[in-house]
Write a protein that binds this ligand. Structure first.
Ligand SMILES: Cc1ncc(COP(=O)(O)O)c(C=O)c1O
Length: 405
């Protein structure tokens, strides 16, 4: 087996890992400012030709680190907040409230107070629309619609379609759609923005369909000046996975917006809300291999890390696989071997190597030969890792989050 069969480091080097570990006790998250900047610049470049105005908003739920929020803000990226608390954190990080759009499943506890900060609001249900209308009659509003289209890596990452309760179920002409129009009329609201988000893992063909659905809704809500298609730009975590072709997505959007203008005379401002795509590959977890065990001839070799499902839930929850890179404690040529990698909680779900999409089925992975005291880098952990960590289980302390250049 050649060393090229094993996963590789993204933005770190082996030396850098050893240096970092000398300064910081493992486990810790480490993000790279230059990798984040590169990602953001590439993303913006893909949408340069969007014809009638374009805004990318960082879905901060992916990784709400204040420095990351600020870094994107400084590059002209707005912020997508998924709760009033995220909006507050973005404001505290220095983001102008006028550049924050709140699209939350939970209505702010005090809507008047939250909106007084100057952020914009998307109603994600009829109830939210009604409450917003009562509180702010005569104002602009955004509506998040579920047009029945969904796309995700697994069901748990799909946020549109009949089986999910996010957004207002919407089909032009049906009674639900009429209810939206009724609430809007009753409170003299103006729909400024039509908002859709269908999941996480959409490819260009699906973006075309999503765009069609969004433009159809914009035909129905003729006051809309903004079309927001949410996030869901696919990231290739493992070799062989597909990465979203953002260039192709940008082209589809531009073409369809131009056609919409030719048909209706309306120039829609186009918006997207990337989370994962901007941060996933710019952050890693650095951990130490703290133990080894095996389960005999019929079983597996296990490596146990000093982190686990508390710091990183994606494998246990979705069956997601992330690249795993063994860094020998001291520089050394090594062969390879197959291991099951597990975390430090006594839970059979606390595992890093499974059959993709099947959290219950462990699958050994070919790694550089490893021993207790070596380091393990869990790669591409910028999105929905630190932000989804749990607190308190086994009373393990909270891990540090380091940002390097
Ligand atoms: C409304 C909205 N926008 C953006 C995102 C970000 O998605 P992703 O990180 O896959 O780009 C999400 C994620 O669920 C979302 O619900």
């Amino acid at each position: 087996m050649s060393m090229y069969d094993v996963d590789a480091l993204e933005f770190l080097t082996e030396e850098r890992v050893r240096d970092l570990v000398a300064e910081h006790p493992t486990p810790f998250y480490v993000s790279s400012r230059s990798a984040l900047k590169q990602k953001a610049a590439a993303f913006l470049a893909a949408f340069e030709d969007v014809p009638y105005g374009f805004t990318a908003s960082y879905a901060m739920k992916a990784y709400p680190h204040p420095e990351i929020i600020r870094l994107f803000d400084e590059m002209g990226i707005y912020t997508d907040a998924s709760s009033e608390y995220e909006a507050e954190e973005a404001i505290a990080a220095g983001v102008d409230p006028g550049r924050i759009l709140l699209t939350s499943q939970q209505l702010p506890k005090d809507l008047q107070k939250t909106m007084a900060s100057g952020i914009e609001f998307t109603a994600t249900s009829l109830h939210q629309l009604e409450e917003y209308g009562k509180a702010f009659p005569g104002s602009d509003v955004s509506i998040r619609l579920n047009t029945g289209l969904g796309s995700g890596y697994v069901h748990r990452l799909t946020t549109g379609g009949v089986e999910v309760g996010f957004g207002i179920w919407y089909h032009k002409g049906d009674t639900r759609s009429q209810q939206i129009h009724d609430i809007i009329e009753k409170h003299k609201l103006r729909v400024k923005r039509v908002h859709l988000h269908i999941g996480t893992g959409t490819d260009p063909a699906v973006w075309g369909k999503l765009m069609e659905a969004g433009l159809d809704a914009a035909r129905d809500f003729d006051t809309a000046t903004h079309l927001n298609l949410g996030g869901g730009f696919k990231v290739a975590y493992m070799r062989g996975d597909a990465q979203a072709d953002i260039g192709a997505i940008g082209e589809i959007a531009s073409r369809m917006l131009r056609a919409f203008y030719a048909e209706t005379g309306r120039k829609l401002h186009f918006e997207v809300e990337p989370g994962r795509w901007l941060v996933a590959e710019a952050c890693a977890i650095v951990s130490t291999i703290i133990d080894r065990t095996d389960t005999g001839d019929e079983g597996d070799d296990f490596l146990k890390l000093d982190c686990g499902m508390g710091e990183f839930i994606r494998t246990a929850m979705y069956g997601a696989n992330h690249p795993l890179v063994v860094v020998p404690r001291e520089k050394q040529e090594r062969g390879t071997s197959k291991y099951v990698v597990i975390g430090h909680c006594c839970e059979s779900s606390d595992v890093f190597t499974v059959v993709p999409g099947k959290p219950d089925e462990i699958q050994p992975r070919l790694l550089t030969q490893a021993d207790i005291g070596d380091y393990m880098v869990v790669e591409k952990t910028g999105a929905y890792c630190a932000s989804m960590r749990t607190k308190g289980y086994n009373s393990f302390p909270e891990v540090a989050e380091i940002i390097i250049d």
